[in-house]
Design a protein around this ligand. Structure first.
Ligand code: ZN
Ligand code: MN
Ligand code: MN
Length: 274
């Protein structure tokens, strides 16, 4: 949900669509650093949230942050920016901050994984007084992005330690494009079994529910409306009705066009069956 006009406006926008969970950027996602939140921003955000039926709010980091950047200046700026984002979430009472692990820009995955883990250690150390959890998002594997295999995320988490401050967000479009076939019941169960084995289902704190406009294993990050892509409705019905994921925020990141939010939500509610 957009925060244009004030950060609390995202809550009104979510309410209008009867959302139970929303995702926001806590600042302009195309800028490194945001204007400091005022006391009024924070107060309005809390009071609107309390009045609403929205249970879970998730934040997403700026797309500029790259914790695997080989460039020292960019790397350090990314660390500083992420620290700021964690602190903003903490001020707003937002429990989860989703981020893309990072792009190694040709340095290799092993190198990238270590670089990300080193950065996260610094960030979590610097924000040790806060309780916001950083969620590493599964990625499609486009470019040199880390996170297109679940073992990347498992390894970063084990290098960092700090189990109380880290978790995972599964993006259905990304995980499918990266090669995990969640479109069939068999494939879905295998993927989740594997997830549980190498990461642990208790570390899954959010879903991004997007269909994929690019095929299985294509490594292309292209979101589609629910049921209109290569994944199809079945996977969403399995996730929505999976006992393991009750109460976990599930966020649409489908294209913001026309009244598609309403249509996609109606599809998901139908699949949830209650
Ligand atoms: Zn994302
Ligand atoms: Mn996503
Ligand atoms: Mn995406």
């Amino acid at each position: 949900m957009s925060i244009s006009g004030g950060i609390w406006k995202a809550i009104e926008r979510g309410e209008a669509l009867k959302c139970e969970a929303i995702q926001i950027f806590t600042k302009n996602q195309l800028q490194w650093f945001g204007k400091k939140l005022t006391a009024l921003d924070v107060e309005m955000f809390y009071s609107e949230w309390k009045k609403s039926n929205i249970k879970k709010i998730v934040a997403h980091t700026s797309y500029l942050i790259n914790l695997a950047s080989p460039d020292r200046v960019n790397y350090e700026k990314s660390i500083t920016a992420l620290i700021e984002e964690v602190k903003r979430c903490d001020e707003l009472g937002i429990p989860y901050l989703v981020m893309h692990p990072g792009s190694h820009k040709g340095k290799g995955e092993r190198w990238g994984i270590r670089r990300i883990a080193d950065a996260l250690k610094i960030v979590l150390e610097d924000t040790s007084g806060t309780s916001t959890r950083i969620l590493l998002e599964t990625t499609s594997g486009q470019g040199n992005n880390i996170g297109h295999r679940l073992d990347h995320l498992a390894e970063i988490m084990s290098l960092v330690g700090k189990e109380d401050r880290l978790g995972v967000c599964i993006d259905t479009a990304h995980i499918f494009a990266s090669g995990y076939d969640i479109s069939t019941e068999h494939g879905y169960r295998n993927t989740m079994k594997y997830f549980n084995r190498i990461i642990g289902v208790s570390f899954l704190f959010a879903f991004h529910l997007n269909d994929s406009a690019s095929p299985l294993g294509s490594k292309l990050d292209r979101h589609a409306h629910i049921g209109k892509g290569f994944i199809g409705e079945k996977a969403f019905s399995l996730i929505l009705n999976d006992e393991n994921f009750k109460g976990i925020p599930m966020i649409l990141e489908t294209p913001k066009e026309g009244n598609w939010d309403t249509i996609n939500l109606a599809t998901l509610r139908k699949l949830r069956g209650y």
